[in-house]
Design a protein around this ligand. Structure first.
Ligand code: NDP
Length: 292
């Protein structure tokens, strides 16, 4: 069997077009959706992510603010800026690019963001709301994965779903969303005994491991849906400099029914869901304004 490809670029383009229509409608109501992005330090990958987020905002008609601090910045200065953005009624989403320098208390920074502006969905209160299946900002990468499954009408309810990885950013919220959608969910980590046996049971297999081509075709159940969250830059051999996922696409695509490529799979959906969360936040503000 040769899998169909779940094209994240195409879906992201379609959804971003709809977002541009929504931001235009908001402007007619006098609300300009606005995302504030904070970058601390000079990590080149983080700088690229922030640049991409700002550019995507512009295309979707979202205003963006960008604050850049040096890697030796005083956390108090960043906290002060977050508090000011919290109070600014013109700002609908606040994002602090991770990772932060080691002298920062990441949890304290994330928790300083107002819950109703936490468009990354990392605030403990949003995490709690999500775990209770209540309305919350959903972390962008797993939210994007759910949209991809929805776009292909993949049956989630009753499915065996296996998530490889248990990070706060991807693995855990991914598992929570699948649980909320009625899947039977297994979450694997680096200590899992017999990872292969778990993976081979999965109707939906999500790889968020951070290891290039880790999930090979022999770990995939025939006909499974394989979602590759990984983004790894190869450093050796002929392919040095190329990006690849956590799934060995060549072998897994022979066994799966549907598979996301890297690049062009989950990656473009992550930024799309950040834009979605920001627009939804602005729409809530606009609706409040109309009721007032
Ligand atoms: P983390 O490093 O935070 O988490 C990796 C997880 O994989 C951990 O839970 C770890 O287990 C688990 N793991 C590591 N080795 C094994 C193993 N041998 N067997 C089973 N599990 C293992 O990574 P992230 O969750 O932040 O990211 C995962 C991947 O997704 C990365 O490639 C990252 O670049 C990518 N990513 C992509 C995004 C996108 O937009 N597409 C967004 C965010 C991340 P343990 O907890 O035991 O250490």
């Amino acid at each position: 069997m040769s899998a169909r490809i779940l094209d994240g670029n195409a879906l992201a383009t379609r959804l971003r077009g709809q977002l541009a229509e929504r931001t235009a409608r908001l402007k007619e109501q006098g609300v300009e959706a606005c995302l504030a992005v904070i970058l601390v330090g000079d990590d080149p990958a983080s700088a690229v992510y922030v640049r991409n987020k700002v550019a995507a905002c512009e295309k979707a008609g979202i205003r963006s603010l960008k604050d850049v601090y040096p890697s030796d910045a005083d956390p108090a200065t960043v906290l002060e800026r977050i508090r000011a953005l919290n109070e600014d009624p013109g700002v609908h989403g606040i994002l602090v690019q991770l990772p932060l320098p080691a002298h920062f208390d990441e949890a304290a920074i994330l928790e300083a963001i107002r819950v109703d502006k936490d468009v990354d969905g990392f605030h403990a209160e949003n995490v709690g709301l999500l775990s209770q299946g209540r309305e919350a900002f959903i972390p962008c990468t797993p939210y994007g994965v759910m949209k991809m499954l929805e776009s292909e009408s993949v049956p989630v309810q009753g499915a065996e779903a296996v998530v490889v990885g248990r990070s706060n950013i991807v693995g855990k919220p991914m598992a929570m969303l699948l649980i909320n959608a009625g899947a039977t969910v297994t979450v694997c980590n680096s200590k899992t005994r017999d990872l292969a046996a778990h993976c081979r049971r999965a109707d939906i297999l999500v790889a968020a491991v951070g290891r290039p081509r880790f999930i090979t075709g022999d770990l995939v159940k025939p006909g499974a849906v394989v979602i590759d969250v990984g983004i790894n830059r190869l450093t050796e051999g002929e392919e040095a400099g190329k990006l690849c996922g956590d799934v060995d696409f060549a072998s897994a695509s022979q066994v799966a029914s549907l598979i996301t490529p890297v690049p062009g799979g989950v990656g473009p959906m992550t930024i799309t869901m950040l834009l979605t969360n920001t627009v939804e936040s602005a729409e809530r503000v606009a609706a409040r304004g109309q009721r007032a």
